[in-house]
Write a protein that binds this ligand. Structure first.
Ligand code: NDP
Length: 685
């Protein structure tokens, strides 16, 4: 179906495995530049209780049957397929008021986030269905009672209520971690730009890559859906603080302790350093960044810079530079190549922003841009929601209120001067918690003082300077690997942050019991659990034959002074503790010369390896290496190597095997302990 050719059209919801139009014709959604209808939206007649049930009963089990690697492969295939439809998404995106650059953030940024989670899932998660969280907690001296935290997917549905400003990224940045966790989603895009989300969901469903029920879409109101959420469901919300608060206190959400993640208004600050005087590279970078943040997406970005905190003596030069730069912003219909900033999402939204500028004017004067008379190069001056960038200046920000309270969700920022670093931090904190702040400085002391002052009030803090100028991803870009969310006014939620975002959709459970039973539950051998030694060397076994708990107890080797000296001269590590008896004795940790830790590890390998070619392909590292007891000349070493976990790769002929390695001395004391990581073939040659 060619969506562009048939518009304006009635949007449909994708529920219970089928596309469904609302019972009524619906509310028209207008092109932000021309005012022409793009689509009609309505969701009346949908049985929302059944939508939740379908996700829980059909999507959930299908996703949970897959391992993390299989889900990651699914996200990768989906991301790659979506790239094929990019041009179609871009064409429709212009109707939302987005320029090509804005659409890149939304469309490529969204698909990139999906692909990034696919890759994280493959590289950072095991090929299992349950995650282990942290180390074993030994709860008894004789190792008969221990505990291990695990994370397993919630068995409900994630309801994602999204904002109008990023119809693609806003959906995908939440969907990727949700699906990777093994939880189905119901996406509810903001009505204003839902036509683009709907198009992307159509393409997603058409690929047939997602299991049935993993993704449902509601175009229009969610009706009574929230009345039916339960304790295994999760709700995420991005939008206004007022709606967020209303939903967070919804009866079913409160009564059923439904996880609720909120990302709302955020009065993000950018601080210009005391060292960053006009003429410095940091000053120029700051000007560029503030202007960019004001104009990208016409300032309709949750991370945009709203408060510009600058040394008092540089404020005049800063305003001058910003006025000059903002004045060059070409405003118009984003369908035109030359246009650098498009309109706001709707005329209502523009009225809202103008009202907020009036609120801000109680504290600040407008120093650039006329909110009433946009000067546009293309588009409809009457029906298009155009607004020039508006810069305000507040001379006494310490005693002002509105500039720290009011979010004008458009191309609007306020410059506020400060005199000391403390004062800059105080002003930024007056935003009562934000998604992001940035600090432009080349002075490490200023960076330390201000960043540590800002950190408890922000989900992300970016430092900008001349060194990172070319590589910096910028103030306003949430990244898949970094936390996105902020405390207090920003909603108190957290999204993304790599695997942290996946765990938001999983339940952490402490499992206690005898180690052998814990091993059975978690799939990981742990100290005290049964092990099988004797028989074939475990390095002779392929993944198909190897079992958790397969163990090798090696022969012994006595360490001599000659060994230590040989190792020292051979490697060049002639640290005194290995070479000088008297100096070693003076060291509080040693009782005379000791063997190198790496000599112990090397001897251990010499004791446990099986030398012939076989299923073990490579040793790719060790984890958690600790030297626990010094080894003196004459001590005798022995190794106990136990297969700890087995992680077959979904799309390869090998997998990873983690071995618990314990090196003991003649008294049985552990001298070194670590995990040996190997690649092992799935089958024998
Ligand atoms: P809203 O809070 O009105 O809407 C956000 C989302 O919530 C939309 O999907 C909306 O759907 C949905 N929604 C609204 N009411 C309900 C309800 N009772 N039950 C379930 N879902 C509901 O914000 P807007 O998008 O209208 O934006 C308004 C303001 O919010 C902006 O001017 C800006 O200040 C702020 N905002 C902040 C963002 C941020 O990330 N910090 C992002 C976007 C907006 P529908 O569209 O169908 O009403």
């Amino acid at each position: 179906m060619n969506v562009m050719a048939t518009r304006p059209r009635r949007l449909e919801s994708y529920v219970h495995g089928a596309w469904a139009a609302g019972a009524r014709e619906g509310v028209p959604l207008l092109d932000a530049s021309t005012g022409a209808p793009v689509a009609f939206i309505d969701s009346s007649g949908i049985d929302f209780k059944a939508v939740l049930g379908y996700g829980r009963e059909t999507g959930g089990p299908a996703l949970r049957r897959l391992s993390f690697h299989e889900r990651a492969a699914m996200l990768k295939a989906l991301g790659q397929k979506l790239l094929d439809f990019k041009e179609e998404f871009y064409a429709l995106s212009a109707a939302t008021g987005a320029t090509k650059a804005d659409s890149w953030v939304d469309i490529d940024g969204g698909i990139g986030t999906l692909l990034s989670y696919a890759s994280k899932g493959r590289r950072e998660l095991p090929n299992t269905r349950v995650l282990l969280d942290g180390d074993v907690e030994p709860l008894s001296k004789d190792q008969t009672f221990s505990a291990q935290h695990i994370l397993s997917p919630l068995q409900g549905v994630a309801v994602h209520i999204n904002a109008f400003n990023f119809p693609c990224w806003g959906m995908l940045e939440k969907l990727a971690p949700t699906l990777l966790a093994g939880v189905p989603a119901i996406v509810k895009p903001a009505s204003q730009t839902a036509y683009l989300t709907e198009l992307m969901v159509r393409r997603i469903i058409e690929t047939g890559i997602l299991p049935e029920g993993a993704l449902q879409l509601v175009c229009g109101s969610v009706g009574d859906l929230l009345d039916h959420v339960e304790g295994q469901d999760a709700v995420t919300f991005t939008g206004s603080a007022a709606t967020g608060r209303r939903l967070k206190t919804h009866k079913a959400i409160v009564e059923n302790s439904v996880r609720f993640t909120m990302e709302a208004d955020s009065l993000n600050a950018a601080v210009l350093g005391l060292d960053a005087a006009p003429g410095t590279e940091e000053f120029d970078l700051f000007v560029k960044e503030v202007a960019r943040e004001m104009t990208v997406k016409a300032g309709q970005k949750c991370t945009a810079i709203r408060r510009v905190i600058a040394p008092r003596s540089y404020s005049e030069a800063l305003i001058e530079a910003l006025r000059d730069r903002l004045g060059k912003t070409v405003l118009g219909n984003p369908a035109e190549e030359t246009v650098r900033m498009g309109p706001l999402a709707s005329l209502d939204q523009r009225e809202e922003v103008r009202a907020r500028i009036r609120d801000l004017s109680a504290d600040a004067e407008i120093v650039a841009g006329d909110p009433a008379n946009p000067s546009i190069t293309s588009g409809d001056a009457v029906a298009g929601a155009f607004l020039n960038p508006v810069l305000l200046y507040c001379d006494k920000p310490g005693s002002a209120q509105a500039i720290h309270d009011v979010e004008a969700f458009g191309p609007v920022s306020t410059v506020m001067p400060y005199d000391t670093a403390d004062e800059a931090v105080d002003l930024a904190r007056r935003g009562k918690g934000s998604l992001v702040a940035s600090v432009f400085t080349n002075d490490p002391a200023f960076a330390e003082e201000v960043v540590l002052g800002l950190a408890p009030f922000h989900g992300r803090v970016m430092i900008g300077n001349r060194v990172s100028a070319k590589t910096s991803t910028g103030h306003g870009s949430p990244l898949p690997g970094l936390v996105h969310g902020g405390p207090g006014r920003a909603g108190g939620g957290e999204e993304l942050g790599g695997l942290r975002g996946v765990k938001h959709y999983m339940q952490r459970t402490a499992i206690q019991g005898a180690p052998t039973l814990l091993s059975a539950v978690t799939g990981r051998w742990l100290p005290g659990a049964e092990a099988r030694s004797g028989g074939e060397h475990p390095f002779r076994k392929s993944l198909a034959e190897l079992k958790i708990g397969d163990q090798l107890v090696t022969g012994t080797r006595t360490v001599t002074l000659e060994d230590i000296e040989h190792f020292a001269h051979f490697t060049g590590d002639t640290f005194y503790a290995h070479m000088d008896e008297e100096a070693a004795r003076a060291n509080p940790f040693f009782d005379g010369r000791v063997a190198h830790g790496y000599l112990i590890v090397s001897f251990a390998a010499g004791l446990f390896v099986d030398p012939d070619p076989g299923p073990v392909l490579a040793n790719y590292g060790v984890d958690n290496l600790r030297f626990l007891t010094p080894v003196n000349p004459g001590d005798t070493l022995q190794v106990q190597l136990t297969c700890k976990d087995i992680n077959p790769r979904a799309s390869a002929e090998h997998g990873e095997v983690r071995w618990d390695c314990r090196v003991t001395n003649q008294t049985g004391a552990t001298v070194a302990q670590y995990d040996v990581l190997t690649m092992v073939a799935k089958t024998r040659e």
